[in-house]
Structure formats: structure tokens, C-alpha cells
Design a protein around this ligand. Structure first.
Ligand code: DGL
Length: 272
């Protein structure tokens, strides 16, 4: 048994999709979330910068005494894997759990991948999937505008701008007749209703937040490191820019008020 909290980080709000799933799967666990809202997006930055930010984010969570870390960021998980392997505690990235879920779901072997520009460019999902099953074909689409839409809370099916952007991004995947689509960025599950409307019910969407949360549960169970409670887990939220927008949008994403349990930290205080 391990009563320490689970650490989760993302470049911004998207990682809350993993927190929501974690709260549902492990309602007794305490969670510390860090959203690097001052430096979002990571998805268009250089690999060196992403790795430095990822190491600083992990350091921040380690200093809060977490027992494991979920890098709830497709970009970090694809580009900065070294930052997740050099840690004294286990870390879970998005690629393996999400890739495994996609392989389990596909019937045709035609898998779509939606991610940030850097995630797609890194080829991390392609490599992982090809190594697990050389017969699958992966069709990737970078969707950088999705991140801003989610960070702005523009996630509704009635949002014309969001629907127009989504139609444009999803067209190539429809043409390739994929049967499974990896939402390879933790922001994208928040757009799942819009994406599902366009792709139709015949296409399975793989939620990276859900896949990470399930992997975390399996990991902690295997290590006998759950905290032994069935209810009552507390979440603490840290952000690196003013928390006002975070509070409004985060409460919407989590389905419950975040309240005043948010602390702003100075991004200059993030160290390696
Ligand atoms: N959280 C990032 C990811 O999952 C998307 C936002 C960003 O570009 O920082 O890839």
C-alpha cells in the first residue's frame, strides 16, 4: 500500500482528460495535476525544448512526493521519452497504452492517428504500432488547431468553427477508410463528440486519457501501491499561468467544480 498521490502533467488543460478517467477508475487515489499553462503549446516547439520542459514538469511532481507520473501529453510521450525513463519512480506516457488499445480495437488494421505536429513528425506511434503488428497501416493527421480550440473551451458540437476545422482534418482519414482513430493528444478526447459526429459510429475512437488511466491502475495494482481507499481521493491543481480560465474550463471538463484548489506557480521556479 502506498498513500502518496499520483502525479499527472500536461502542457495545459488536456491532461484533465486523464484525471477525469483516473478519478472514475481509482476514486480513492489522491492526484496532483500540473498544467504548464504558461508555456502551452508544446506541440510546435523543438524536441530539445519539449524535453527540458518535460524534465522540469517531472521534477515539480517529484518534489510533491508522487508515487508515479502520468505524462498526459502526447507530445511529451512521443518526443521526450528520455525524460520519462530517467526517473526514480514509474512513469506512464501516452504512446504504449493508447497504441495497445488501438491494436485491440481495429478489425481492418487501418488506424488513424490524430496528434500535434510534433507527435506526428516524431513517428513514435508508427514505430510502436509497427513493432507490435507490422501488418497495420497508420494514417496520421496533425491537428494543431484542435489544441487552441480545446484550451478555449470551444468543444461543443454546435460550435461552427470547431466543426469546420474537424471536418477538414478528418477528411483524409475518412478517405483512407480507417476503422479506429487514436486521439493521440490528451486535448482531443474533449473533442470526441465532434469527431464522432463526423466519422460516424463505425469508427472506434481511442481516448489517450482513458488508456493512460487504465495503465496506471494496472501498474499500481501490480506494485501493490494503491492507497487502499475506495472513495474520497483529493485533487490538487497547479498551473504556471493565471488560474482563472483554467478554473472555468477545468470544472467543465472534470464535471465538478475545481473550486479554489488551484495554485499558480512561477514558471521561472521550474528547474531540472
Ligand atoms: N498536451 C499536448 C499533447 O497531448 C497538446 C498541447 C500542446 O501542444 O502542448 O500533445
Amino acid at each position: 500500500m502506498d498513500i502518496r498521490p499520483i502525479g499527472v502533467f500536461d502542457s495545459g488543460l488536456g491532461g484533465l482528460s486523464a484525471v477525469r478517467q483516473l478519478k472514475a477508475l481509482l476514486p480513492g487515489e489522491d492526484i496532483v495535476y500540473f498544467g504548464d499553462t504558461a508555456r502551452v503549446p508544446y506541440g510546435t516547439r523543438s524536441p530539445e525544448t519539449i524535453e527540458r520542459y518535460a524534465r522540469q514538469d517531472c521534477r515539480f511532481l517529484l518534489d510533491r512526493g508522487v508515487k508515479c507520473i502520468i505524462a498526459a501529453c502526447g507530445t511529451v510521450s512521443s518526443v521526450a521519452t528520455a525524460a520519462l525513463t530517467d526517473l526514480p519512480i514509474p512513469a506512464i506516457g501516452v504512446v504504449a497504452p493508447t497504441g495497445d488499445a488501438a491494436l485491440a480495437a481495429t478489425h481492418s488494421g487501418r488506424i488513424g492517428l490524430l496528434g500535434t505536429t510534433n507527435t506526428v513528425r516524431s513517428g513514435a506511434f508508427h514505430r510502436y504500432l509497427a513493432q507490435k503488428n507490422p501488418d497495420v497501416q497508420v494514417f496520421a493527421q496533425a491537428c494543431p488547431l484542435f489544441v487552441s480550440l480545446v484550451e478555449s473551451g470551444w468543444i461543443g458540437q454546435d460550435n461552427e468553427a470547431t466543426v469546420a476545422v474537424a471536418r477538414r482534418y478528418l477528411r483524409p482519414l475518412i478517405e483512407q477508410q480507417v476503422d479506429t482513430v487514436i486521439l493521440g493528444c490528451t486535448h482531443f478526447p474533449l473533442l470526441a463528440p465532434v469527431i464522432r459526429d463526423i466519422l460516424g459510429e463505425g469508427v472506434t475512437l481511442i481516448d489517450s486519457g482513458a488508456a493512460c488511466a487504465a495503465r496506471c491502475r494496472d501498474l499500481l495494482t501490480g506494485m501493490d501501491a494503491l492507497n487502499g481507499r475506495d472513495v474520497g481521493g483529493q485533487c490538487s491543481f497547479f498551473v504556471s499561468d493565471h488560474p482563472h480560465d483554467f478554473e472555468a474550463v477545468a470544472s467543465m471538463f472534470l464535471g465538478s467544480p475545481v473550486g479554489d484548489n488551484i495554485q499558480q506557480i512561477d514558471p521561472e521556479s521550474l528547474v531540472l
